[in-house]
Design a protein around this ligand. Structure first.
Ligand code: SF4
Length: 422
């Protein structure tokens, strides 16, 4: 079934709930299944061998229920991008095609909306990729991490470099846009092997590459290996050198850095992620998924029957106490797949309220991640010009063309900049 944009539903259908100020939104689905657990990963996901046979089907049903809940409130009237991530969505196989078709029927997808599916070399096949692309998926994001076998073993990935290369080339051959994730600062990784990984990434024809330094998350097998001395701790200086090398190699290949960690050929920037960095509201469906909406949309959800039910998981009982000065609300569902299936339309577990001033400040912090930076008038409205002037003196930010943006030094020391602005 082709995932054509749904016929727009008349807004009057939601007139009693519709949060008039919402505008375009991004929709995210967290699929909590993987083939195996990677050594460094602390995302909410279960190895497929621990998942009961009926769970994927129940999960897909629950995602549909959650989407219908938001659609009934008018929040999905103008969806600019759908991102199915996780986890590894392609563990669902052909069931994923049906789920995406359902979501496209429930939400009002804007014509030409970006629809991304995350995949992995070990769950990707040319047949599945072709079916997903034919059903409306416009973009694949592939977790490659490295084209070096030794790095992949340290990271506990369950594919080798050849499988990764083959999977990416097959995805590129579908005609969809393809993005790769790569990881630097892996213990034992040399600058030469990193350079080779970058060159192989470019040679696949992927139009988008994200580069992340490895971080050691608590309670992961990697943290255990580092704590016991089986592996050295990742070296931040080595990772910074590798980030700089990535910047050079990818720029030479025509992939420009448009965000701290993201590189793309012209026209291949990720619409969905750009939403996160420009303050576009987003709805996350699934266990551990986060959402961010203006307070009016949150109040509409909080007033719904399913959130008001104290028997459902989360903080539904206290949500009625939305602070009077809240302007924006960020909330996250419990990292519990069974609870999500049981109470898909229930209240979130964690809620964070931001005042109008805090929301503006957040927009500046997120916008500074972008190579183009943020408009000077946004910085003024957010009341952060003094902080930016201090950072300018340290050569961490600069002003150009009515915008504030990170310098090259600021790009490498982004966290210092963001802390100062916040
Ligand atoms: S494939 Fe991704 S989500 Fe799954 S365990 Fe590995 S890093 Fe985590």
């Amino acid at each position: 079934m082709m995932c054509a944009p749904a016929e727009p539903r008349p807004l009057a259908q939601h007139a009693s709930h519709h949060p008039a100020t919402l505008g375009p939104v991004s929709l995210y689905v967290h699929v909590p299944f993987c083939v195996l657990k990677c050594a460094y990963c602390d995302f909410h996901s279960q190895p497929f061998c621990d998942v009961s046979p009926e769970e994927p089907e129940h999960f897909a049903w629950a995602v549909g229920e959650a989407a219908r809940h938001w659609a009934a409130l008018g929040v999905l009237d103008d969806v600019l991008s759908l991102y199915v991530g996780g986890g590894t969505p392609t563990t669902l196989g052909d069931g994923l095609t049906g789920s995406i078709a359902d979501l496209c029927a429930i939400a009002n997808m804007r014509p030409g909306a970006e629809i991304t599916v995350e995949t992995n070399p070990d769950t990707s096949s040319p047949e599945l990729a072709a079916r997903l692309h034919a059903s409306g998926v416009t973009r694949f994001s592939v977790g490659v991490q490295s084209f070096d076998g030794a790095d992949l073993r340290v990271l506990g990935r369950c594919h080798d470099a050849q499988a990764a290369e083959r999977a990416v080339r097959e995805l590129v051959a579908t005609g969809a846009r393809v993005a790769l994730d790569l990881m630097c600062g892996v213990p034992g990784q040399s600058l030469a092997s990193w350079q080779a990984t970058l060159e192989r990434a470019v040679a696949t024809g992927a139009g988008h590459v994200s580069v992340y330094p490895l971080t050691v998350e608590e309670a992961t097998p990697l943290a255990h290996h580092v704590a016991t001395g089986a592996l050295p701790e990742p070296d931040p200086d080595a990772a910074a050198e590798m980030m700089e090398r990535a910047d050079e190699v990818l720029a030479d290949a025509g992939l420009a850095r448009y965000e701290i960690a993201s590189y793309a050929r012209e026209g291949e920037q990720c619409v969905h992620n750009l939403g996160y960095w420009t303050g576009r509201p987003y709805i996350g469906l699934g266990p551990s998924a986060s959402s961010m909406v203006p307070v009016a949309a949150f109040r509409a959800a909080a007033a719904s029957e399913s959130w008001a039910d104290p028997s459902v998981v989360g903080v539904g009982r206290v949500i009625v106490d939305v602070p009077a000065d809240a302007a924006r609300v960020r909330f996250t569902h419990a990292a519990d797949t069974v609870a999500f299936i049981r109470t898909a339309t229930g209240a979130p577990e964690e809620v964070e309220y931001l005042t109008a001033e805090e929301a503006l400040r957040e927009d500046v912090v997120l916008g500074l991640r972008l190579a183009e930076g943020v408009a000077a008038d946004l910085a003024e409205r957010a009341g952060v010009v003094d902080a930016l002037l201090r950072l300018e003196q340290q050569a961490l930010v600069e002003r150009a063309g009515g915008r504030w943006r990170l310098t090259r030094r600021g790009w490498l020391l982004g966290n210092e900049v963001f802390a100062e602005v916040w």
